[in-house]
Design a protein around this ligand. Sequence first.
Ligand code: PLP
Length: 389
Amino acid sequence: MNNKPAFIPFALPHIGDEEIAAVTEALRSGWVTTGPKTKAFEQAFAEFLGPGLESIAVNSATAGLHLALEAMGIGPGDEVIAPTLTFTATTEVVRYLGADAVLVDVDPRTLNIDPAKIRAAITARTKAIMPVHYGGLACEMDEIFAIAREHGLKVIEDAAHALPTTYKGTKVGCLDSDATVFSFYANKTMTTGEGGMVVTRNADAAKRMKVMRLHGMNRDAFDRFVSKTPAWYYEVVAPGFKYNLTDIASALGLVQLTRLPQFLVRRQHLASRYAQELSDLPLILPADAPDGDVHSWHLYVIRLDDQALQRGHDRDAVIQALSDHGIGTSVHYVPLHRHPYWRDRYQLDPAMFPVADKAYQTMLSIPLYTAMSDDDQTRVIDTLRRILS
Ligand SMILES: *Cc1c(COP(=O)(O)O)cnc(C)c1O
């Protein structure tokens, strides 16, 4: 007999019968690659965010970030500023284009990119800033836009965590940046299995991204299918990529998008319960959004505070103890400056990023997903309490 309680993962996609029916319908429709479902998904997504946006569905946020930077004309010799506390996808796309990523430290309270550090990192080669709304809390966008205006820089938001997130009452995606990129990876706030969406108000950039998304062809397969000119004819205008999203994925995305408001309510409930129940433990809890703004609560990242460290607790042991009790966690992230590629390429040292580095050494992401029951959450809370007491 195994009396062990069920394993609580750190994240779990929330896929129901409606999603399964929609995907089945897409499979039966005879059109499985990019087509009517993807067009509908793009439109619904833009409508969800707000007026005036063009949306470009892609097969990952990584692809979307690559397309966005390419459309902004980022290339060899250019520098792009990004936080060190992010996933490598944010900056690997900078390298795809032969440009250089300039990593900077984060704010100790929010763990978002520190605008003062952006300012200090600007050189004559700087072309763009890539803010990452860490965990689902918006960056200090007013300051970032002010710096961008002052120095003539592009702003491409990595909004992989930020659906839906607001900044001073405006949804991320509708701010003044040149492009905003969302992810529908399995553990994000909504999923298409793999997938992403770029939104922009820049019509020229949107056009370029649509062409580069599919081999640099000036007409995609569905346009050719429904158009009056010969279906076989297209022109290649650039060496593009293969970044289009399938209708199978878009069918899933269309349903997930309608559930996003309920998903958010559940995430907010779980986050506020953690905030209440963990407040007396020797932890730094994640910063909430300012009054009136939305935190998407993609992640719930806790940090051991100095008191916990003085008492001999350490992050790795906490993760192991939680795992021994059947509770999954993760770490977001091993900062880029600690990865061999980024470290060696730019001769980076932890001392250059004291805030992100200390955060890394003390942080863990605890379970938060929409299908998580209150009982499961109680188990996480009680177990953490026992470990840290
Ligand atoms: C998940 C994630 C990405 C990449 O998203 P994909 O859709 O998997 O390509 C990029 N940046 C951040 C911060 C992420 O968390």
